[in-house]
Ligand binder design. Structure first.
Ligand SMILES: [Zn+2]
Length: 300
């Protein structure tokens, strides 16, 4: 496998928003397993914005075990902006522009993004990330909508980009080569998917978890989350990941004939009280440790 072969491929880049490494390690994800082994990686950011800013500049979460296994060999980096950061370390795909999207667009690829968490609401002028794409599809709730418990704790399907794999694949396949980015919010609180609709119990657990995420409760009294409650919430994220895996299986089967390079990772994890806090956006090993898979589709 030569670097030029890798550099000429179409690309699918997916972030599983907020997905914890331990949840991924205990989930059934046969489609992700087709890419390669699950890697334990360290994210450059603790919340969506900084991680994606780094990601789009080529800085993926780094596997703790060392190089990225790709095409039968190990590479120190899959992408590296060689112009801004000259280095002797090996990178599979050096590029010269400010972002991966600019690099691939300049080479004639169709560059398409899709998102579901509010940092990707392209209609919100304060959001910098979707504007980095020539085309961006946003499926989530409006970033400026009042975030009440009722609007946040809700069943979801159409709001999840991976519910739209047929449309995304059709747009990609219209072009000779494509760069597709998908931010997947199913693994982000409230963890609901068509496979895991709300129940009275999960609705109550999510209400308490939102209070803890927002820092408005200290986890005592009636609103405290006991260990069995935390386990139930982690199980919800596990189901949300397994739903995403099934949808990625559909996407992979639609795009596999183009033999794309695929990277799937979380942008950050989530703390569930291990260090006394809940959520993300603060430094803690449960926040910075994330799952990552990379591989090449259609290799036989
Ligand atoms: Zn995020």
């Amino acid at each position: 496998m030569t670097n030029s072969d890798l550099a000429d491929r179409s690309v699918v880049l997916v972030t599983l928003d907020s997905c914890r490494y331990d949840v991924a390690a205990s989930a059934h994800t046969p489609n992700l397993a087709k890419l390669g082994p699950l890697l334990r990686a360290e994210s450059p950011g603790t919340y969506t914005l900084p991680t994606h800013a780094a990601l789009f500049n080529g800085y993926l979460p780094r596997p703790a075990s060392g190089p990225f296994p790709l095409g039968g060999r190990g590479v120190d980096a899959i992408w590296r902006s060689a112009a801004a950061r000259p280095s002797k370390r090996s990178s599979a795909i050096p590029f010269g522009g400010p972002t991966l999207m600019a690099h691939y667009a300049e080479r004639g690829y169709r560059v398409l993004g899709a998102g579901g968490v509010t940092f990707f609401d392209a209609s919100e002028p304060a959001n910098s990330l979707p504007g980095l794409f020539p085309e961006f599809l946003y499926f989530g709730r409006p970033a400026r909508s009042a975030a009440t418990a009722e609007t946040r704790i809700t069943d979801r399907e159409e709001q999840l980009p991976l519910a739209h794999t047929r449309k995304l694949a059709e747009l990609c396949l219209e072009a000779e080569r494509f760069f597709l980015f998908v931010n997947c919010p199913s693994t982000h609180i409230p963890y609901t998917t068509p496979w895991s609709p709300l129940t009275d119990r999960s609705r109550e657990l999510l209400r308490r978890l939102y209070l803890l995420h927002d820092g408005r409760a200290i986890g005592s009294g009636e609103d405290a989350l006991e260990d069995r409650d935390v386990q139930a919430l982690l199980q919800m994220q596990r189901h949300a990941l397994e739903w995403a895996d099934s949808r990625l299986g559909d996407l992979f089967s639609r795009l596999g004939a183009r033999r794309p390079l695929v990277v799937v990772c979380a942008d950050h994890g989530e703390e569930f009280g291990e260090g006394g806090r809940f959520g993300h956006g603060h430094p803690h090993p449960m926040v910075s440790t994330v799952p990552l898979w990379c591989g090449l589709l259609g290799e036989g």
